[in-house]
Design a protein around this ligand. Sequence first.
Ligand SMILES: [Zn+2]
Ligand SMILES: [Zn+2]
Length: 111
Amino acid sequence: MVKLRKLYHSNFNIVLKGVIKMASNYESVKKARDKRRSQIVEVMGGKCAICNYSKNNKALDIHHINPKEKSFNFGSLGSFPNWETTKKELKKCVLLCANCHREVHAEMLED
Ligand SMILES: [Zn+2]
Ligand SMILES: [Zn+2]
C-alpha cells in the first residue's frame, strides 16, 4: 500500500511539472507572437494604409490585396510559418487598421 501511494505521489509530481511546463510554454508562445506581430507591423510601415492609424499595433491587420494569391491566412497575426515565408506573403498584403479592414471587406462583398 505504501509503495502504491509513493507511486501515485511521484506520478502526481510528473503531471504537475507537465502543467507548469505547458503554462510557461504558453507564455513564450505569446511573447513570440507579440514579437512577430511588431516585426510584421514594422515591415509593413507601422500604420494603416488608408487612414494612417498607428496607435496600437494590436488593432492593425494584414489584408491580402488579392485573396486568390493568399497562400496562408494571417488570421489575427497568431501563428506563422518562418519569417522568410511570412515576408514573401506580406508583399501581397497591405496593413490596415481593424476599422478600414472591415470597410474594405464590406465593399468587397458588395461587388
Ligand atoms: Zn485605417
Ligand atoms: Zn482582409
